[in-house]
Design a protein around this ligand. Structure first.
Ligand code: HGY
Ligand code: MN
Ligand code: MN
Length: 425
C-alpha cells in the first residue's frame, strides 16, 4: 500500500455525534404518542424523512438522484463519473407502524457518515461511493417488502410497481407522484460492484451471546400470503354448530396450524400478523375473514414444504368448515447467501478493531438480499437489546452503534481506496 493511501485512510474518521444526532432527528419524524414512530412508505411522514435525507446529502455535496420508484441515491464520485465500479452503502427510512428508531435509518445514515468522513478528510475515493435509501423496504402498506431494491435490481417491472394498491386502497404510483419522488434516473446507471448494509440485528442472537458485531452470511427465504375465507353470516344464538359456515373458526384453525407447523419444524418461522373478521359483531357468525401469513426459513426446501403443508391444510379446512378460501401470494423470496470475500473482510475489520464478532443468519428481510442479485453484497449487524424490533422499545447503545459504523468505514475505505479493507490498505 503506498504512503498516500495510508495517510488518506488514517485521516478518515466517523463523526459519531452527527450520526447519532441525525438518527435521533429522523426518529422524531412520524412520532407516536407512546414513543414509537410511523413512516409508512410514501406517506407524508415518509416524504418528510426523505426531504430531510436529501437535504443532508446536499449539505455533503453528494449528487442526488431519484429513480422511477423513488429510491434515493447520493453519489460521492471517485476519479471517474461512471458508477459501474461503485461501492453502494444503503438501507431504508420507511418504517412499520409504531417502530423503533434504528431499523433501516441506522444503515442509511451510516452510509452518509462514511461519505462525511471522506468529505471532512478531503479524501477523494478511487471509485464512487453511493449512499442509498430504498423505497418501501417494510412492505406493510404496499406488498411485497424490499420493493424499491427489488425494482432497482430488475425483479419487478415499473408498471406493476406503480399499479400496486396498498392496504389503504391507495395506488403506489399516485402516492409517489403526490409526494414528489417519482424520479427519472435509470437504475442500471447506478448498479454498483459492491453493496454493504449496516443494520441492527432485530433478533436476540448477538445480545444473548454478548457479541458486538454480526457478520451476516445468509438471509432466510420469505413467503407472504393473504388468505380470504368466505362463510355465512348467521345468528350466534340460534345456529347449531352443524349448520355453521364459520369464517372466524376457519381463520383461527389456520393460526393454530401455523404455530404447530413452526413448533414441529427445524427452523421454519410462521406469523399471522393481521386478521380481520366481518361483520365483526359479537352476535353474528363471521361471514368473512382475511388474514396474512408470513413464513420464513433459511432452507429453501423446508420453506417450500411449509407452503405445501399450508395449502394441504386449507383444502381440508374447505371441506371441514364448508367455507370458501382464496389465497394470494404477496411476496416470495428464496434464501440468499452473501458474498464470502466481503464477509471475511468484515470479520477481519471487526477483529482488528478488537470487537467480538460471529457469523449469523439474518432472520429479517433486507435490501441487501436484492442487491445480492446484481453485486457483491454483505451485511454487518450490531446487537438489538433483548432482540426487540418493530417495536418502540428497539434499542442499541450508542457505543455499539458506533462500533458498527467504524467497521463499515474500515471495509468501505478498503474498497474505495484499494481492493482490500481499511486496515490492509
Ligand atoms: O419483513 C421484513 O423482514 C422486513 O422488516 N421488511
Ligand atoms: Mn430494516
Ligand atoms: Mn423492518
Amino acid at each position: 500500500m503506498d504512503r498516500d493511501t495510508a495517510d488518506n485512510v488514517r485521516r478518515l474518521e466517523i463523526d459519531g455525534a452527527t450520526l447519532l444526532r441525525q438518527i435521533e432527528r429522523l426518529g422524531e419524524i412520524g412520532r407516536e404518542r407512546d414513543g414509537g414512530r410511523t413512516r409508512l412508505a410514501l406517506s407524508d411522514q415518509d416524504k418528510c424523512a426523505r426531504d430531510q435525507l436529501v437535504q443532508w446529502m446536499k449539505e455533503l455535496e453528494l449528487d442526488v438522484k431519484i429513480d422511477p420508484i423513488g429510491n434515493i441515491f447520493g453519489i460521492l464520485y471517485g476519479e471517474g463519473e461512471s458508477c459501474a465500479d461503485a461501492l453502494m452503502i444503503g438501507s431504508h427510512i420507511d418504517t412499520v407502524i409504531n417502530a423503533g428508531p434504528f431499523d433501516g435509518v441506522y444503515g442509511a445514515l451510516s452510509g452518509l457518515a462514511v461519505a462525511r468522513a471522506f468529505r471532512n478528510a478531503g479524501v477523494r475515493p478511487l471509485r464512487p461511493l453511493i449512499v442509498a435509501a430504498f423505497t418501501n423496504e417494510e412492505g406493510v402498506r404496499f406488498q411485497p417488502d424490499m420493493m424499491g431494491s427489488l425494482f432497482f435490481t430488475g425483479g419487478i417491472p415499473i408498471d406493476d410497481v406503480l399499479a400496486t394498491r396498498g392496504i389503504d386502497g391507495a395506488f403506489l404510483g399516485e402516492e409517489l407522484r403526490r409526494i414528489g419522488y417519482k424520479g427519472e434516473t435509470e437504475p442500471s446507471s447506478l448498479v454498483p460492484a459492491d453493496y454493504l448494509e449496516l443494520h441492527v440485528e432485530q433478533g436476540p442472537v448477538l445480545d444473548s451471546k454478548q457479541m458486538e458485531i454480526g457478520v451476516v452470511e445468509n438471509l432466510q427465504g420469505i413467503s407472504w400470503k393473504r388468505i380470504e375465507i368466505s362463510g355465512t353470516a348467521n345468528h350466534a344464538g340460534t345456529t347449531p354448530v352443524s349448520m355453521r359456515r364459520d369464517a372466524g373458526v376457519a381463520a383461527a384453525r389456520i393460526v393454530v396450524f401455523l404455530r404447530e407447523l413452526a413448533l414441529s419444524s427445524e427452523g421454519t418461522r410462521t406469523t399471522v400478523g393481521s386478521l380481520r373478521f366481518s361483520p365483526d359483531l359479537i352476535n353474528v357468525i363471521p361471514s368473512n375473514a382475511v388474514l396474512t401469513v408470513d413464513i420464513r426459513d433459511p432452507e429453501s426446501a423446508r420453506l417450500a414444504d411449509a407452503e405445501k403443508q399450508l395449502l394441504r391444510f386449507l383444502e381440508e379446512l374447505r371441506t371441514k368448515e364448508g367455507v370458501e378460501l382464496s389465497v394470494k401470494s404477496l411476496a416470495r423470496f428464496e434464501p440468499v447467501r452473501f458474498d464470502e470475500e466481503l464477509a471475511s473482510i468484515i470479520e477481519d475489520a471487526a477483529k482488528k478493531r478488537g470487537y467480538s464478532s460471529m457469523r449469523i443468519t439474518s432472520g429479517a428481510g433486507h435490501d441487501a438480499q436484492m442487491l445480492a442479485r446484481v453485486a457483491k453484497a454483505a451485511m454487518i449487524f450490531v446487537p438489538s437489546r433483548g432482540g426487540i424490533s418493530h417495536n418502540p422499545a428497539e434499542y442499541t447503545p450508542d457505543e455499539l452503534l458506533l462500533q458498527g459504523v467504524h467497521v463499515l468505514l474500515d471495509v468501505a475505505a478498503g474498497r474505495l481506496l484499494k481492493g482490500g479493507n481499511k486496515t490492509e490498505v
